[in-house]
Design a protein around this ligand. Structure first.
Ligand code: PGA
Length: 233
């Protein structure tokens, strides 16, 4: 295995039976020797479920407040996420940009809050224009960029993934224009049928998986596609 992969389950705002999901997923992953060495598996549940997962999984929040702790009713600031052992944080997901009016200014503030609290941001972007300027202020190994065109997000369980070739061309362009040596993920309708075609792309180091992560068996099938035959043996 040449690159350590990062695969994030984004449960969005879905109801998941956490103990059952974990039990089923662990039963499958236990069969793979040294899974942790080749793939970092991260779960990004709704905020209300973070504490249920903290003891038994690497966790990501799906958002972070642009404010610190204080009088900001309804917000979950970085310091409180860190208290729950949150290690990663999705920032600027296209659903947040579309439904909650998040723009680059807000995204920049959220990145700052993540860094301040020792949380690794997974910056979600559909285009270069959604990658804020201040990203250059941070060391490239301290953040991750996820490319996800909104049109590629599954809808009601129907997958419409981006052409892998287009993903490669886009990431090559981003890498050269930004001159950044960070890790890139792909997101959008990733499932066990198409995972291999993306993970084989030289610039893709993992996924953010939405719908197909709700069922632990489906999610594990994606992970299996990303393992080398020697790991599986
Ligand atoms: P999807 O969602 O895998 O259901 O397309 C991915 C995401 O939006 O994070």
């Amino acid at each position: 295995m040449s690159k350590k992969l990062l695969i994030v389950a984004n449960w969005k705002a879905n109801l998941v039976e956490v103990p059952t999901w974990l039990q089923q997923f662990n039963a499958l992953s236990e069969k793979v020797e040294d899974l942790d060495e080749s793939i970092e598996v991260v779960i990004a549940p709704p905020t209300s479920m973070l504490f249920l997962l903290a003891a038994s999984a690497t966790i990501a929040s799906q958002d972070i407040s642009m404010f610190p702790t204080g009088a900001f009713t309804g917000e979950v600031p970085g310091q409180l996420l860190k208290e729950l052992d949150v290690e990663y944080c999705l920032i600027g997901h296209s659903e947040r940009r579309k439904y909650f009016g998040e723009n680059n200014e807000i995204v920049e503030e959220k990145m700052e809050q993540a860094f301040k609290n020792g949380i690794t941001p997974i910056l979600c972007a559909q285009s270069l224009a959604e990658i804020p300027e201040n990203i250059r202020n941070y060391p490239a190994e301290k953040f991750v960029i996820m490319y996800e065109p909104f049109s590629a997000i599954s809808t009601g369980g129907v997958y419409h993934a981006e052409d892998p070739q287009k993903v490669q061309v886009t990431l090559e362009e981003w890498k050269s224009k930004l001159n950044l040596n960070c890790m890139f993920l792909y997101g959008g309708s990733v499932n066990s049928e198409n995972a291999k075609s993306y993970i084989n792309l030289p610039l893709v180091s993992g996924f953010v998986v939405g719908h197909a992560s709700l069922d632990p068996k489906d999610f594990f099938s994606i992970i299996k596609q990303c393992l080398t035959p020697s790991t599986l043996a």
